[in-house]
Ligand binder design. Structure first.
Ligand SMILES: NC(=O)c1ccc[n+]([C@@H]2O[C@H](COP(=O)([O-])OP(=O)(O)OC[C@H]3O[C@@H](n4cnc5c(N)ncnc54)[C@H](O)[C@@H]3O)[C@@H](O)[C@H]2O)c1
Ligand SMILES: [Zn+2]
Ligand SMILES: [Zn+2]
Length: 337
């Protein structure tokens, strides 16, 4: 079969690779479309320490079942599905607490093992989700689940004002999730295009911190108290710090971003404000169902969120140009046909 292979950082091309072997619990899927995300870009750039090479990237998938499995007769041949790209060991501390999204030994598709940018893929039934969605919508499920999970971690309710730092793929999911829980939702970014998309996804207010002061703008929107919940979806030391500074007393801070440098805190703020500081990683099945529900109700600006659809042959060039112009591109999808 054909697949996109990253041979080493900066070098991606379409190659012939062996067909996947169908496992005892696996279903054979024909991959139809794959969304590229920041972690695929990082793999291409050699900036993801978890990736080894050569690697087939891709984990935001829509696919059609081409061979079922007797152990899972509910998944019929011809059905379109999306999937959860994570694994869980079942025995680590996270798994024992039913938080398999944070499994200590997780292997994400396209990161620690070969991913979905290939004609065929074998997946166990427990990772598949059937939904009444288009191929493009199915590819958006997984990236949106990350923000949905963060909002669940932050226990967001309709009583809350929620500020989301970063309106990229991940932040956008948090905005849609907070807005759908009825919270007053504030999107923060440096880019007007991202903020426009944030409003389309449900943000009631937006702040462009390239020209508006963060603290004063948040204070004005929250009667001087600060947001009840801050979700950090950028991954920079200064936004990690700002989350703790800006959040209201007794508020919740949810970190999704991966900061690449050390962050130093005035830890007194944690104590004085009596904060809940939470990490949020990947997503649980309930987050997948919540996102699917939102997309089925057509409550998300799918077309605006996708900047282009390319073929598998065009994918290496698309990765290169995304790497050269990271700010101008929202989401690239690769169709395999
Ligand atoms: N915890 C997890 O499970 C998980 C999963 C996926 C991604 N991530 C992390 O989440 C973060 C966001 O990922 P993404 O794919 O949405 O990235 P992205 O690049 O698509 O989005 C980041 C957004 O932040 C904005 N931004 C950058 N600097 C800013 C600043 N100083 N102030 C305000 N806005 C700023 C950008 O304009 C962009 O819109 C990354 O750190 C990524 O590694 C975490
Ligand atoms: Zn992703
Ligand atoms: Zn585990």
């Amino acid at each position: 079969m054909r697949a996109l292979v990253i041979a080493k950082p900066g070098q991606a091309k379409v190659e012939s690779v062996p067909d996947p072997i169908v496992t005892a619990d696996g279903l054979l899927l024909k991959v139809r479309m794959v969304g590229l995300c920041g972690s695929d870009l990082n793999s291409f750039r050699g900036r993801n320490p978890l990736v080894s090479f050569p690697r087939i990237p891709g984990h935001e998938v829509s696919a059609t079942i081409v061979a079922g499995n007797q152990r899972a007769p509910e998944f019929e041949v011809g059905t379109n599905v999306t999937l959860s790209p994570y694994t869980s060991c079942g025995t680590c501390a996270s798994c024992r607490r039913s938080r398999s999204n944070a499994c200590q030994f997780n292997e994400t598709l396209g990161v620690q093992r070969n991913g979905a940018l290939a004609e065929y893929l074998v997946m166990p039934a427990e990772k598949l989700y059937v939904a009444n969605l288009t191929l493009k919508e199915l590819c958006l499920v997984e990236p949106l689940t990350v923000g949905f999970h963060a909002v669940a971690r932050g226990r967001v309710t309709a009583e809350d004002a929620v500020a989301i730092f970063g309106c990229g793929g991940v932040g956008l999911g948090a905005i849609a999730a907070a807005a759908s829980r009825g919270a007053r939702t504030i999107g923060i970014d440096l880019d007007d295009g991202k903020l426009q998309l944030a409003r389309a996804a449900g943000a009631h207010h937006t702040i462009n911190t390239a020209r508006e002061p963060l603290h004063e703008s948040l204070a004005e929107l929250t009667a001087g108290r600060g947001p009840d919940v801050v979700v950090e979806a950028i991954g920079l030391p200064h936004t990690f710090l700002a989350a703790v500074e800006e959040v209201a007393f007794t508020g919740r801070v949810v970190y999704i971003g991966y900061a690449k440098e050390l962050v130093s805190y005035e830890t007194r703020r944690f104590v004085q404000k009596e904060l809940d500081i939470l990490g949020s990683r990947n997503a649980l099945p309930e987050d997948f169902y919540a996102v699917i529900g939102m997309l089925e109700e057509r409550r998300f600006p799918v077309d605006e969120a996708v900047s282009s659809i390319v073929t598998l042959e065009e994918a290496p060039e698309a990765l290169r140009s995304w790497s050269d112009h990271p700010l101008q591109i929202k989401k690239i999808m690769v169709r395999l046909d």
